[in-house]
Design a protein around this ligand. Structure first.
Ligand code: NI
Length: 140
């Protein structure tokens, strides 16, 4: 449900524009308008995420060594304790020692961030990265 299109022009230092265009080409953009729309959504989403009550969606990726004594059990326990926020999980056995787990969560941004912080800071988690977005700002 896209609204009416508004057009506007931007004044910018030429060198800055050249650098921006180079960056956008590397990122795969074929026109500036789509890039600026994405930037606007990103800025609005980041602004909204400062409100811990806003509804968000988070994708958390963690990598850990499953030989770490009680880590898999602690991970499972924490996920069960936060069951209202966790939509699904994906588990990949990366190699003989390491597992990748991807958790998709939804709920209040503050709750999601808190849960992600607890999971990522567990002893034995070797990598943890969260991508938190506010879906309503992705449209139009
Ligand atoms: Ni595994």
């Amino acid at each position: 449900m896209a609204g009416r299109l508004a057009r506007f022009s931007i004044s910018m230092d030429e060198e800055l524009l050249l650098r921006l265009d180079r960056h956008l080409r590397r990122r795969g953009y074929t026109n500036r308008s789509e890039a600026f729309r994405d930037m606007a959504r990103q800025i609005l989403s980041e602004q909204q995420l400062k409100n811990p009550e806003v509804e968000g969606v988070a994708v958390l990726s963690i990598v850990y060594d499953h030989h770490r004594l009680d880590l898999p059990a602690r991970l499972t326990d924490l996920q069960h304790k936060n069951i209202k926020n966790i939509v699904c999980t994906l588990h990949v056995h990366l190699d003989k020692h390491h597992c990748l787990e991807v958790l998709v969560m939804r709920g209040k941004a503050g709750d999601l961030q808190k849960t992600c912080n607890i999971l990522v800071s567990l002893n034995g988690i070797k990598y943890g990265r969260v991508n938190l977005v506010v879906p309503k700002n992705l449209l139009p």
